[in-house]
Design a protein. Structure first.
Length: 214
């Protein structure tokens, strides 16, 4: 039986993070990119993580999302907020990943299979635990709601641990899993009531749809 990891991203408040954890999410993502409508301050995330760590015996992984932050900024935020992983969603080069010794992974928005395979080879050559593949957008860094190219993602997923993002929702995630066979799936806008606020019915339905494929 294939275990599929679920990442609920773009969380901004404790109630949403707690509900996602209760539903069995494997990873919770917090966006530290101030230009994002889902930005949340390190102070708020520090409080959310601390609260959840007192409430749950089995915890999800806590992930910080960064865009072109410095190594010092990423390390400081990881330590301050007690996070497990850094998701790098900017123009960070492969050697930047290596500095985090397995605690950072790259989010990519490839335009072609050739580019996707090159990015996977480059970024997984270091200690990155997996690769996130998102839908291509010329300006936005993620959370667009645009659907990724599943046929391209399926090719990449054959050769690496792939976290599939881009336009997933409770209605299409089962089909995405069937086609791509990813290591995990990542959702943000697909389970929102508004930007930065989750719809709990959708969160629960999304996770149930994923678990039905295991």
């Amino acid at each position: 039986m294939m275990e599929i990891r679920v990442k609920i991203c773009g969380l901004t408040i404790l109630d949403d993070a707690r509900f996602a954890a209760q539903c069995g999410a494997d990873m919770l993502g917090f966006v530290f990119y101030e230009a994002s409508p889902r930005y949340v301050s390190p102070e708020r995330v520090q409080e959310i993580v601390a609260d959840l760590k007192t409430e749950f015996d089995t915890l999800p992984k806590f992930v910080g999302i960064f865009v072109n932050a410095t190594q010092a900024q990423v390390e400081e935020t990881l330590a301050r907020c007690d996070l497990d992983l850094a998701q790098l969603h900017g123009d960070e080069p492969p050697e930047f990943i290596v500095q985090f010794e397995g605690r950072a992974f790259k989010a990519c928005n490839p335009r072609s299979l050739r580019e996707a395979e090159w990015l996977a080879a480059q970024y997984l050559a270091g200690d990155a635990p997996f690769l996130l593949l998102d839908a291509y957008h010329p300006t936005l860094r993620g959370g667009t709601g645009h659907t990724a190219d599943w046929s391209m993602a399926a090719q990449v997923a054959r050769n690496c641990l792939l976290l599939l993002a881009g336009g997933l929702n409770p209605e299409n995630v089962a089909g995405a899993i069937d086609q791509v066979q990813p290591w995990g799936v990542d959702v943000s806008s697909g389970v929102e009531a508004a930007k930065g606020k989750k719809d709990h019915v959708k969160v629960k339905a999304f996770i149930e749809a994923v678990r039905s494929k295991e």
